[in-house]
Design a protein around this ligand. Sequence first.
Ligand SMILES: C[S@@+](CC[C@H](N)C(=O)[O-])C[C@H]1O[C@@H](n2cnc3c(N)ncnc32)[C@H](O)[C@@H]1O
Length: 255
Amino acid sequence: MSNDPIQAHFLEAIQRAKAQALDVSITQPAEKFFARSHQLQYSYNFTWLTRPIIQYPQDIVAFQEVVSQVKPDLILETGIAHGGSLVLSASMLCLLDVMEGLDPRQSPRKVVGVDIDIRHHNRKALDQHPLRFKMELIEGSSIDPEIIHKVRSHADGVDLVLVSLDSNHTHDHVLAELNAYADLVSVGSYCIVFDTAIEDLPHGSFPKRPWDVGNNPKTAVYEWLKSHPEFEIDNNIDNKLLISVAPDGYLKRVR
Ligand SMILES: C[S@@+](CC[C@H](N)C(=O)[O-])C[C@H]1O[C@@H](n2cnc3c(N)ncnc32)[C@H](O)[C@@H]1O
């Protein structure tokens, strides 16, 4: 064990998380909570700096930890919806600037969001948001070659890139997104693939959607990782969250 008390704190936390992830007296209720809360559309209950964010609070905290650790210059996000996750990224980038003594309005840090349908009321609300200066909005499909080109051009010459995928949750779509954007992720940074939890929900949980067990972000992640050993699943995040829409979806670029 480390003599440095701060280091020791973090090492102990990793060990505790490992132990709790093996403890069925907490993992089973967590799974039950996730399944029922999903039916109740729990992820629609929250906002970030006034914009609805379609996430579980646990994943919002994990995102904060990842961004604070990586300190990205650019966050690329697919799936904007009401813009809550975009505002979360923008706010984190502003805080990173402040922590580094930079003026957020002058620093080049930004988040680029792409959505196939940016609804008028959402665009208007984002246009009026105080953190709008940190955001670029791109409308179109995240796997359309023209859109891929547009999104990727924002990464030209950028040192530290983080990618977050939260759009269409079919296997083929997520696989195409991973192939389109994951190579931009810097070593030490993450590609976060949301809604991998679909694989763990009962079959037929999404009657109006094309995704289901066997056809979702987790199946795409597993297939893609076979040929991308430069990425590894960060199990420590899963171990500590226990409740998450992105189990096995926090992919860290390790080489
Ligand atoms: C789950 S929501 C995103 C939630 C958002 N990231 C948040 O945390 O608040 C999914 C979004 O993906 C968008 N979408 C669906 N298919 C897409 C595609 N092919 N390309 C880009 N966005 C797409 C939808 O329009 C929808 O707004």
